[in-house]
Structures are given as structure tokens and as C-alpha cells.
Design a protein around this ligand. Structure first.
Ligand code: ZN
Length: 297
């Protein structure tokens, strides 16, 4: 049987989160629908964070409601804490995305507390999520490079993976290149170790800030990863590198995997239509290569 991967679309969340002007709810829903039309069946549609901290995500419940009306679409929302957890469950999210950083300084900058406190609060939520039978994913940010601490040693990431693994044996674990400054050999080293050591489903979340998005995704794939995050239109800035492009573009990932004979379930012309739509969101920093290649149309 041919190989296949799952592309989890994050444009409605990571792609929009750092945009200043509020993107109207109808625009967000139009993005979700266009991506669904292109064959996307897994999407991170928003984040139940404090609307004061991240005003752009204030309408997550509405976007989630519209997304849930699309048959067969698995909707993930990020939850930073107990409050987000309760809101996400009440709103009927299919999958909860927890997150914390591998490095202490990024965790403090992003979540206002140390790693030990994050892990302890999230542990309770993971256990409760497990009891309720909701799907979960645990995201480890800055797993390869940190804007404050520089290159992260594979040992540090693997140590945290080990602690997260112990919380729930079957949970998906995503290892994230938050700044886009991971190197493919680093990505390969970390995933070779985790894939060989634990049977959880693994996911890679990459950014294309330094043009290494596809190389890093390929390294993860070759190490055995089969779930990849991407944002159509390469949407999403990096808050620590102003002007830098964002998430690795879903259409670039889809093209690479299709070229390699790996099934993605996505329809390329429709995906490019969706990517064009995402790239046009006012205030966004679009990226990616494929939209600029006429022969790919
Ligand atoms: Zn990201």
C-alpha cells in the first residue's frame, strides 16, 4: 500500500494569531470552508486563550461551530489552562491541543510561568481529557531553537518528551520548530530517537522562516513522522522575527509529498485557491513557494 500522511491545517490559528487587525469571523470561516473544499480533514481552528491576551482568537467558539458543521472535519483547538479546557469541551472540540515550551525562558515569556508549573497544570488536564475520551495532542514549542536560548540540545527535548509520554501513553505528541531555525539533522536526530522509543503518534510543526521548512519536514518524515502541520499561503508571522514568513505552507508540503508518491488527500488546484484566499488576509505575512509557480496551477 502507498504511504500516506496527514496534513493538519493551522492557518486559522497559528496563521492568524499574530496578526494585529482583527480578522472578521466571516473571513476565518471562509478560510476554513475553502480548506475543507480542498480536502483538509484536520484543522486547528482556534485557541481558547484569554481574549485580552490574544484578541484575534476571541471568536474561536464561533469559528469552531462553523467548522463542526463540515462532515468529517476533525477540529482541534488549543487550550492553555483549565478555563480553556472547559470552554473547549463545552464547545465540542474534537481534539484538544496543549502546549508548553522546551526552554524555560520561552515558557516564561509565552506562558508567564516556569516549565514545572506548566507541566503540572497540563498533567491534570491530560488525565481528565483521557478520562473523558477526547482526542489530545501535546505540543512542545521551541524544541529545536529558542529565541532566547539559541539552539536546543536534542537531549533537552527528549527529556521533556519522556515526561509528557508518561502522562498519557497514546496521546499525539507534536514537536515544534517555533522559530523556523531548526536544522534537518537536528529534526532527524530527535524524531529518530522518539519514534524508536515510544509508540505514540508523532507530529511535526514547522515554520519556514529561514527557508528550511520543507527540509525539516522531510527529515521528520524520513524518521517516521506521519502528521505535519502547515498553514495554507504560508500564513503566520513569527513574533520573534518581525517580517519573517510563517508556518511552512500547506501547499508546499502537499506538493513535496505528492511528488514523492505519498498520499495527502488534498486536491492541489483547490488547495491553491484556499492558499490564495489565506494569503490575502489583511495584515497577514504570507509565504510559501507554490503560489508563485504558474506551472503548478
Ligand atoms: Zn507555530
Amino acid at each position: 500500500m502507498a504511504e500516506s500522511i496527514t496534513l493538519s491545517e493551522v492557518a486559522p490559528r497559528d496563521g492568524l494569531q499574530s496578526i494585529g487587525p482583527f480578522v472578521p469571523t466571516e473571513t476565518k470561516i471562509a478560510m476554513v470552508r475553502a480548506l475543507y473544499e480542498a480536502g483538509v480533514r484536520r484543522m486547528e481552528v482556534g485557541s481558547f486563550v484569554s481574549p485580552r491576551a490574544v484578541p484575534q482568537m476571541a471568536d474561536t467558539a464561533e469559528v469552531l461551530k462553523a467548522a463542526k458543521a463540515l462532515p468529517g472535519l476533525e477540529c482541534t483547538v488549543l487550550v492553555p489552562n483549565r478555563k480553556g479546557f472547559d470552554l473547549a469541551l463545552a464547545a465540542g472540540a474534537d481534539r484538544l491541543g496543549f502546549f508548553m515550551s522546551v526552554t524555560e525562558s520561552h515558557n516564561r515569556a509565552n506562558l508567564n510561568r516556569g516549565r514545572a508549573d506548566s507541566l503540572s497544570e497540563l498533567s491534570d488536564l491530560v488525565r481528565e481529557g483521557g478520562r473523558q475520551g477526547v482526542k489530545m495532542r501535546f505540543n512542545l514549542s521551541c524544541a529545536f531553537h529558542c529565541p532566547f536560548e539559541g539552539v536546543v540540545a536534542p537531549r533537552d527535548t527528549i527529556d521533556l518528551v519522556e515526561q509528557v509520554f508518561a502522562l498519557d501513553l497514546g496521546m499525539e505528541i507534536a514537536i515544534a520548530d517555533t522559530t523556523g531555525n531548526a536544522a534537518p539533522d537536528q529534526v532527524a536526530a530527535v524524531f529518530r530517537h522518539t519514534v524508536a522509543s515510544w509508540e505514540n503518534p508523532w507530529a511535526f510543526h514547522g515554520h519556514d522562516t529561514y527557508g528550511m521548512g520543507l527540509a525539516n519536514a522531510l527529515a521528520a518524515y524520513q524518521a517516521g513522522v506521519r502528521v505535519f502541520d502547515g498553514a495554507a499561503g504560508g500564513l503566520g508571522g513569527c513574533p520573534f522575527a518581525p517580517g519573517a514568513t510563517g508556518n511552512t505552507a500547506t501547499e508546499d508540503l502537499a506538493w513535496m509529498f505528492a511528488r514523492m508518491g505519498v498520499a495527502t488527500g488534498l486536491d492541489m488546484p483547490r488547495l491553491l485557491t484556499a492558499a490564495d484566499l489565506c494569503a490575502k488576509v489583511p495584515g497577514g505575512t504570507p509565504g510559501g513557494h507554490l503560489r508563485g509557480v504558474p506551472a503548478a496551477r
